[in-house]
Design a protein around this ligand. Sequence first.
Ligand code: ATP
Ligand code: MG
Length: 253
Amino acid sequence: MSRVYAVANQKGGVGKTTTVINLGAYLAAEGKRILLVDTDPQANATSSLGIEKDSLRRSVYDAIIGDMPLENVLILTKRLGLDLIPAAPSLAGAEIELVSMLSREHRLRKALEPLRERYDYVLIDCPPSLGLLTINALTAADKVIIPIQCEYLPMEGLTQLLHSVELVRRNLNPSLGIKGLLMTMFDARTNLAQQVVDEVRKHFPNSTFRTVVPRSVRLSEAPSYGEPIVDYAPSSPGAVAYQALAREMSSDE
Ligand code: ATP
Ligand code: MG
């Protein structure tokens, strides 16, 4: 049975894309069939995999707005078992174009339907907003993964995000659940990082991943080489953490 997870947080730069790429690559390395869906007009997930976003003839835009079968947009990455639905800058217009479209919140879910059973996991990278692209991702998903940067106290933004998840559950996708909160960019040298982890664990004791992703410079270098961390620096601390996250995820289901 396939599982569809949206990786979402309206706050920018918290590790959404890094998580989608590296969790996806480690799950693929375990032999799982993985589809990554890039719904962010910045197309960082697409370029992190070495794909030149400006040279793409088709992107998720054509499926969400143009009714093109998602299968025609699919591309294979260098890593076996890791397929990608790329984004492109044109997707920026989709937020506006979607507003007047019929069943505007369900378009990604519908587009994914014929494809999802071919995969063990579908991971959707969301843009840093709670606009219609993120709503489409939440409507298409079974569960949400929420990366939280250990460098800022997250409660205010988190309350807003959980409220949106609740609204989507009530109105659009009744079975939507929270898969887990993932602490990222943890720096053991700062008190704040530990404070953030403690606060999140106190509020969400049963839905915070045990794995904590440390701040690791190799993780930030890998995208410019177009490689997931498993290929770029497999023994770095960031790599070890994302491998542990993949194990934690596949072992509890
Ligand atoms: P956006 O909201 O803009 O889409 P995002 O939530 O997807 O951002 P990322 O792009 O994954 O966040 O990460 C933001 C920046 O921090 C990137 O340059 C990334 O390489 C870097 N980064 C992410 N995780 C780590 C980490 N654990 N250690 C060091 N750098 C990291
Ligand atoms: Mg991103």
